[in-house]
Design a protein around this ligand. Structure first.
Ligand code: ACO
Ligand code: ZN
Length: 337
């Protein structure tokens, strides 16, 4: 980490600047960092009057002053997000946090995210969501890098609701890593998925970057021509719409004027060149084998089955106890006799 004065972000550098309202909270102190905010977040009125908000980088509690934040730091018991660590690769960890079980943490996370998101997002109704929080470990703890939220059950098959990389960590490939991770979860669920719309400008740029790379990798690895279903089937977990849109944007769909059908045209050299450039960036990638996770629905279903089984056992046990008690009473009575 850098000293505070070197890490202060200049508002002018940010691509999205206070679209329609000037935030009262103009910056946040987060661990050793200070960041200018981009948008207004609905913190309680009494916190909104201070130009700088102090946020604990571990439990995400927000505070009005450095004095309170310093005192909190001394007694905060957390050194990593709550929930289960479901992925680790070197210094990177990802925690799954349930909005129902860690409501305050997730509400604080949504408020933090809102300061960098212009569209409406949820703040308080976090129970229907799971939050995947990515951290970087050093000897002082697991430091927050970014996160995405995901509905426990999405009727529209959204696999990400909101995604954020903290500005201090942006443009280092972490957003791409979070997106890659969200698709890995979707693959494990044997589904296809897409992010919730509308996407922000930065969201769209990041998704287009990810989708193009994934399709290029699949096309590069495939010895023969592929259909759209073939591409989806071959491990992308992207929706048909996203595959088609990505092929179109990259001029890879050509219409056959005679029969009105489309075919995928692949320029292998172009794809190879592009992938070499991407690899040269050295951005982190997800290691599929490092994920320790069972899809939410399945876990719940199993747990419910287990609960039912336990209930049955308890009721059997109670019946047995009651029979034992009756027998004992009968025995005692017989003894008396
Ligand atoms: N300008 C141009 N291209 C960009 C930018 C940018 N500011 N940000 C990302 N990209 C594109 C680039 O191609 C980039 O590759 P490059 O840096 O090698 O050129 C590629 O996306 C991958 O960028 P990452 O470094 O992986 O992404 P990052 O960690 O910066 O996170 C994110 C991207 C999450 C969108 C971040 O900008 C952010 O948190 N923004 C604010 C919140 C937001 O808008 N979230 C998305 C809302 S939509 C939704 O939630 C479903
Ligand atoms: Zn704390």
């Amino acid at each position: 980490m850098q000293p505070r004065q070197e890490t202060t972000f200049d508002i002018e550098d940010q691509p999205q600047i206070f679209a329609d309202a000037t935030p009262k909270i103009r910056s946040i102190r987060f661990g050793d960092w200070e960041m200018d905010t981009w948008y207004v977040a609905p913190y309680p009125e009494e916190y909104s009057w201070y130009p700088t908000l102090y946020i604990c980088e571990y439990c995400l509690k927000y505070m009005k002053s450095k004095y309170i934040a310093d005192r909190h730091k001394m007694k905060c018991p957390m050194k990593h997000p709550p929930g289960d660590e479901i992925y680790r690769d070197g210094l990177i960890s990802i925690f799954e946090v349930d909005g129902r079980k860690n409501t305050i943490y997730c509400q604080n996370l949504c408020l933090l995210a809102k300061m960098f998101l212009d569209h409406k997002t949820l703040y308080y109704d976090v129970e229907p969501f799971l939050f995947y929080v990515m951290t970087e470990i050093n000897d002082t703890g697991c430091h927050f890098v970014g996160y995405f939220s995901k509905e426990k059950r999405s009727p529209l098959n959204y696999n990400v609701s909101c995604i954020l990389t903290l500005p201090i960590h942006q443009r280092k490939g972490y957003g791409n890593l979070l997106i890659e991770f969200s698709y890995l979860l979707t693959k494990r669920e044997s589904k296809t998925g897409s992010p919730e719309k509308p996407l922000s400008d930065l969201g769209l740029l990041s998704y287009r970057y990810y989708w193009r790379n994934v399709l290029f990798e699949v096309l590069n690895d495939s010895p023969e021509a592929l259909s759209i279903e073939g591409i989806i089937y071959r491990a992308t977990s992207m929706t048909v719409n996203d595959v088609v849109a990505t092929l179109q944007i990259n001029n890879m769909l050509v219409k056959d004027e005679e029969n009105g059908t489309y075919r995928i045209v692949v320029d292998k050299d172009l794809i190879k060149n592009h992938l070499e450039k991407v690899t040269a960036k050295g951005y982190p990638r997800i290691r599929t084998e490092n994920l320790r996770w069972t899809p939410f629905i399945l876990t719940r279903a199993l747990r419910r089955a287990q609960d039912l089984e336990n209930e049955k056992n308890i009721s059997k046990q109670e019946q047995q106890n009651s029979t034992d008690r009756t027998n004992k009473i009968v025995d005692d009575e017989m003894d008396v006799d």
